[in-house]
Design a protein around this ligand. Structure first.
Ligand code: CP
Ligand code: NVA
Length: 310
């Protein structure tokens, strides 16, 4: 059966550990993997913008001895002259792996259903698995462990990154507090909460969706936030969203309420003065560029795993 990575919970706990530990090994000795994907091709399909994801996948493929194709949906017949079925079937006759950044989870699922090669989600409206696997690699490196870690997430929680963070906390049996407005527009979807609840019942993880950011920060090892203006949200909504989300901004008060050695994380892109203040993201507790770097290493490990190489 072809394995895909559409959300982080498509991998078991053991597989997540395998990928994270392998990413750490690859990072330490990249030259050992220079020919691992010799002759292999990755097709990267983008419907939304990207800096980190595009550049890290392409560089990763080069460093593994393979080749990556950047393909913008704008240049494709998809949705105009062709359906997802025919695109997926045709593309998988050429390449060994497909990575896609599409807006809708239904489109990605359909793509994976018809693809004859593994499909990696590079961000849709439901998940960002490469991000959170890289983030957990970063936490493991910085804290020396994942066990017992408490994460607090702030802001827009109806959000792809939040969803996969919660899932991975559920898989690893950790703790997460999500501080967000009571308005359903900013709260996680029921389907995600049910999945996380089920993962937590097996792993012993605990999670709370709360409205009090100071309470969420308490006892936290990791303070995490994401953009208030995810890709695709209309600029017209920016002022309205800013007003509602401002009480959940990560600032020095939030950081002071967390553990003394708490770290600040953000998947980027970030806007200073929105979801966090500049002193936090540019301060000594911020590890956002380590996160960005680890996308490169973890995605290599993901590709090698999906192709059955290591
Ligand atoms: N974090 C992340 O996925 O960044 P890009 O949108 O730049 O790819
Ligand atoms: N939630 C953000 C993540 C960007 C990597 C977005 O969807 O734009």
């Amino acid at each position: 059966m072809i394995r895909h990575l559409l959300k982080v919970s498509d991998f078991s706990r053991e597989e997540c550990i395998h990928v994270i530990e392998n990413a750490i090994k690859i990072k330490a000795a990249p030259e050992k993997y220079r020919k691992s994907l010799d002759g292999k091709t990755l097709l990267m399909i983008f419907e939304k913008p990207s800096l980190r994801t595009r550049v890290s996948f392409e560089t990763g493929m080069t460093q593994l001895g393979g080749h990556a194709i950047f393909y913008s949906i704008k240049d494709s017949p998809l949705g105009k002259k062709e359906n997802i079925h025919d695109t997926a079937k045709s593309a998988s006759r050429y390449v060994d792996l497909i990575a896609a950044r599409l807006y809708k989870r239904q489109d990605l699922k359909e793509f994976a259903r018809y693809s004859d090669v593994p499909v990696i989600n590079m961000l849709d409206d439901f998940a960002h698995p490469c991000q959170v696997l890289g983030d957990f690699q970063t936490i493991r490196e910085k804290k020396g462990r994942l066990d017992g870690i408490k994460i607090a997430y702030f802001g827009d929680a109806r959000n792809n990154v939040t969803y996969d963070l919660m899932r991975l906390v559920g898989i690893f049996g950790l703790r997460i507090d999500v501080a967000c407005p009571a308005n359903p527009e900013f709260r996680p979807e029921k389907e995600v909460l049910e999945e996380v609840k089920s993962l937590a019942s097996q792993s012993g993880a605990t999670f709370r969706i709360i409205n009090d950011p100071m309470d969420a920060a308490k006892d936290s090892d990791i303070i995490y936030t994401d953009s208030w203006m995810s890709y695709g949200i209309s600029e017209d909504l920016e002022e309205k969203r800013k007003k509602i989300l401002m009480p959940f901004q990560v600032n020095s008060k939030i950081m002071a309420n967390a553990k003394k050695d708490a770290l600040f994380m953000h998947c980027l892109p970030a806007k200073r003065g929105h979801e966090q203040t500049a002193d936090v993201i540019d301060g000594p507790q911020s590890i956002v560029f380590d996160q960005a770097e680890n996308r490169l290493h973890v995605q290599k490990a993901i590709m090698l795993f999906l192709l059955g190489i290591t």
